[in-house]
Design a protein around this ligand. Structure first.
Ligand code: PLP
Ligand code: COI
Length: 345
């Protein structure tokens, strides 16, 4: 099948309407088999709990084209599991793992023409979502649910592309409470973060950086990504917190840092101000962000710069970026069994 005539190399992170989306519905206590639709609009009841009480969640993963033309997903079962846990936290019927995988694979296969080719630097972003629908007014879970998988070809999340240095700023806003919904991929977490992101941008940063809301002392994460730290004495450190999203990318990078870079791995609370001097390199990581090295952060209204005065990507983050992206594109052997080939027939 022919590919669409897009300028793949100049794509940003935007919605581009692909031909098909996968949709399944939960009614009378069970899930439908699901089907591919052409219509990008969803007609739902005006009383839907997704609209009033944010009974909604989503996922994000990518499909990439390998050199031999095969299409690869990266650890999609972890996204399926995370959406399952998020649904339970929000009192929604979890999407069965098989249905999630089927929705993702069918949406990718049906939109083959929209999957960026190998070497273009772009990928197909896959966005599964689950919403509570149907007539309702009081604060209670919906009686019906829609599961949908949409896709869009995307380029880099942050402007510039490739391994791009970004900056982060700590604002006065919190993202998530320790026993709240921070570790789940609930859309409501992101609505609350919009003003924080805008404030960070007004401070000259790309994105907000959050401290834990209980003490405002320990590093949590960025608005759309987890945080990675290369610290003195060959330590690779990631913040441990009950309020951050368990990033698939971060968990994978921790393994790569241990196995390939032979670094000492620490997943623990990081007291940002006290440990700042020991941080040599910082990066934000996620499906959209990939590994975005952080040149500088603003804490207490002061800028703090990392490797090479915040002007260059450090060697640790560069190696991790190369290793992760090569794995995801099938450019090197996958000893971990993380890459899943999509059946294109
Ligand atoms: N943290 C937040 C708040 C996110 O939105 C994302 C993106 O999914 C991540 C972290 C990174 O998670 P993952 O690597 O699973 O995409
Ligand atoms: C992702 O990385 O998949 C996300 O969901 C982040 C989003 C804010 C674009």
């Amino acid at each position: 099948m022919e590919k669409k005539d897009l300028d793949w190399g100049s794509l940003g992170f935007d919605y581009i309407k692909a031909d098909y989306r996968f949709a399944a519905a939960w009614t009378d206590g069970k899930w439908s088999d699901g089907e591919l639709l052409k219509d990008e609009y969803i007609k739902i009841h005006e009383g839907s709990p997704a609209l009033h009480y944010a009974q909604q969640c989503f996922e994000g993963l990518k499909a990439q084209t390998a050199k031999d033309g095969s299409v690869l997903l990266f650890r999609p079962e972890l996204n399926a599991e995370r959406m399952y846990m998020t649904a339970e936290r929000l009192m929604m019927p979890p999407v069965p793992i098989d249905l999630f995988m089927k929705g993702v694979e069918e949406a990718v296969r049906a939109n083959y023409a929209w999957i960026p080719p190998f070497g273009s630097g772009a990928s197909l972003y896959i966005r599964p979502l689950l919403i509570g629908v149907g007539e309702n007014m009081g604060l209670k879970p919906a009686k019906q649910y829609n599961f949908r998988v949409i896709v869009s070809p995307v380029g880099p999340y942050y402007k510039g592309g490739g391994v791009q240095l970004i900056s982060l700023a700590v604002t006065d806003f919190d993202r998530a409470a320790p026993m709240g919904t921070g570790k789940f991929k609930a859309g409501a977490n992101y609505a609350g973060g919009l003003l924080s992101t805008q404030t960070a941008k007004d401070m000259g940063a790309n994105e907000a950086l959050y401290l834990d809301s209980a003490h405002r002392k320990y590093l949590d994460e960025a608005g759309s990504a987890n945080i990675l730290l290369a610290m003195t004495n060959n330590r690779f450190v990631t913040p441990k917190s009950a309020a951050i999203l368990p990033s698939v990318t971060r968990r994978s990078i921790m393994t790569i840092a241990k196995e390939e870079l032979k670094m000492t791995i620490e997943e623990r609370p990081v007291a940002l101000r006290e440990e700042l001097a020991e941080i040599e390199e910082m990066a934000a990581c996620g499906t959209a962000a990939v590994i975005s090295p952080v040149g500088k952060i603003n804490v207490d209204n002061q800028w703090h710069k990392f490797y090479a005065d915040g002007e260059q990507v450090g060697p640790v983050m560069q190696k991790l970026y190369d290793s992760l992206t090569q794995l995801q594109k099938g450019e090197k052997a996958d000893p971990y069994g993380w890459v899943k080939k999509v059946n294109l027939d």
